[in-house]
Write a protein that binds this ligand. Structure first.
Ligand SMILES: CC(C)(COP(=O)(O)OP(=O)(O)OC[C@H]1O[C@@H](n2cnc3c(N)ncnc32)[C@H](O)[C@@H]1OP(=O)(O)O)[C@@H](O)C(=O)NCCC(=O)NCCS
Length: 174
């Protein structure tokens, strides 16, 4: 499955992405804003685990995690984590981009496509994100793409030993 965006292409992760995944993901400036499941250092074992996890997911469901690619080279990732039970109409989005590609609007372009995919293919009603409160780049990306700040989740996360607030942003189906 391929989603053509204005500035990049989203496609399924594949085993041959390993080298580029490690190259771009192994960055403390990225890991410090992600969940601990996205570690620094980002090891080869971690990369293999991620690619294998997605390979298994792809066999079962509609894909929910995509590689962000330029010329078929993986330079980042974006996905949706769909809720369960009564929250199955909501999904949390998460994304990251290799640092050398920051500042080009690539993530906004990918996010617009994921919103379209989430609302129109997965039939979701709500897509939300919870950046750490001080992650201004991610907050700006969400605001630029029509997400509304619903509140600050006080002391909701612990990152690198520090207790942090998260900013809850959401966009609902128009
Ligand atoms: C979040 C991330 C994908 C954004 O990528 P990007 O290419 O920098 O995004 P864009 O350039 O489209 O937009 C970022 C915006 O934030 C602004 N910005 C960046 N750092 C900022 C800061 N410290 N304070 C205020 N604004 C900031 C940029 O100027 C830009 O605004 P503009 O479009 O008005 O110029 C990238 O920074 C990243 O991978 N970060 C690490 C992982 C992460 O945080 N993931 C999200 C977890 S919720």
């Amino acid at each position: 499955m391929i989603i053509k965006c204005q500035k990049c292409i989203l496609r399924k992760w594949k085993p041959s992405d390993l080298q580029n995944l490690i190259k771009h993901a192994n960055n403390p400036r990225i890991a410090s804003n992600m969940r601990d499941g996205f570690p620094y250092p980002y090891t080869i074992e971690k990369g293999k685990e991620w690619l294998e996890f997605n390979n298994n997911q792809y066999n079962q469901n509609s894909p929910q995690n995509f590689a962000i690619t330029l010329d078929d080279t993986a330079i980042g990732g974006i996905g949706l984590m769909v809720g369960e039970d009564i929250e199955r109409i909501s999904a949390e989005t998460g994304y990251w981009l290799g640092e050398e590609y920051w500042g080009r609007g690539i993530i906004s372009s990918a996010l617009r496509c994921i919103l379209d995919y989430g609302f129109n293919t997965l039939n979701l009603e709500r897509i939300f994100a919870k950046p750490l409160e001080n992650n201004m780049a991610s907050r700006k990306v969400l605001e630029k793409n029509g997400f509304v700040l619903e509140g600050i989740l006080r002391k909701s996360a612990i990152k690198s030993g520090n207790i942090c607030n998260q900013a809850l942003y959401a966009k609902i189906r128009e």
